[in-house]
Design a protein around this ligand. Structure first.
Ligand code: SAM
Length: 291
């Protein structure tokens, strides 16, 4: 991870956070959670803190297995990293919209979209992995996300007879966000290159599927600028998508304009990077485009 020392805003805090276990967090599911949700959550867990930037997210310090609670099985909450709840907040889905989640399994963000629109609208939750669709189906069922239809395409092959108001490309990535808590090694270079290419193709497809004036959010849980800013730069040069500045109350730093021998457009400061020390959670990179 020393490769990234020049671009991480507080290297010591980053290293320290990577050495700690992340605080478990759950996201309230508006479809199933009752009015007394918070009261019941506080009865179930010793320590409950509401997230500073997303009132639906609760931090449970000292809890290891929130997935074992009845509130989980009843679908009243979804166990989700605090950082992972950011892309959908930024996408800002609205009721009655036609929405596509291009790489959706196991469904953390697709069920978050269904919760935000309270099941009023259509959410296509697509994933290319048949195996991962099992957990996607289970999560859709448990959370009562009736607005979700599950499909099983390679995202690059999705039919173009439908257009969407909003698209999420929560891309397959080198996952250095998880890695930094384990062995602290960056992902191999060829893996990063291959994934960056796949991400470019998925976002290009998203650009074709998006309605005029529509919003596309691209996110990864990795640090490598070849995937994040490198993909955004390619999209700006090769599609009619434009970057929109992200403003969020979640602690973050901005996308980078320079890394090793590469430089990226100064527009990268419209995108955000969240590291483990920002939220005591995972890594997330988010860019928001408008067609
Ligand atoms: C970061 S995970 C998605 C996590 C999910 N959005 C969530 O919040 O639970 C990336 C997903 O991309 C899927 N994937 C990989 N290649 C794909 C492709 N070509 N088209 C569609 N999905 C793909 C993987 O199976 C994986 O489930």
């Amino acid at each position: 991870m020393h490769r990234y020392k020049p671009i991480i805003d507080d290297w010591e805090a980053f290293r320290e956070a990577c050495g700690r276990t992340a605080v478990k967090t759950v996201r309230r599911n508006c479809i199933k959670a009752g009015d007394d949700f918070e009261e019941r959550l506080r009865r179930e867990f010793d320590s409950v803190e509401q997230s500073s930037w997303n009132p639906d997210v609760y931090r449970l310090p000292g809890t290891d297995l929130p997935g074992k609670s009845m509130l989980h099985w009843l679908g009243e909450y979804y166990v989700q990293e605090e950082s992972a709840a950011l892309p959908v907040k930024i996408m800002n889905p609205q009721k009655d919209e036609n929405i596509l989640d291009m790489a959706a399994a196991p469904g953390g963000k697709a069920t978050q979209i269904a919760s935000e629109i309270e099941n009023c609208g259509s959410v296509i939750a697509n994933d290319s992995s048949g195996k991962r669709l099992q957990s996607l189906h289970a999560n859709v069922y448990r959370t009562g996300s009736a607005s979700i239809t599950v499909t099983n395409y390679d995202g690059r092959q999705l039919p173009e007879d439908e257009n969407y108001d909003r698209i999420l490309v929560d891309a397959p990535c080198s996952g250095e966000g998880d890695q930094c808590r384990r062995d602290f090694d960056p992902a191999p270079e060829d893996e990063i290159e291959g994934l960056a290419e796949l991400q470019k193709q998925l976002v290009e497809k998203g650009a074709r599927l998006l309605k005029e004036e529509g919003t596309l959010v691209y996110s990864t849980c990795t640090i490598a600028p070849e995937e994040n800013e490198g993909v955004v730069e390619h999209i700006l040069e090769n599609t009619d998508l434009e970057l929109e500045r992200i403003d969020t109350e979640a602690p973050h730093t901005r996308g980078v304009e320079r890394f090793e021998d590469r430089s990226y457009s100064e527009e990268m400061n419209k995108t955000v990077r969240v590291y483990p020390h920002h939220l005591d959670s995972g890594v997330i990179y988010v860019a928001k485009f408008r067609k």
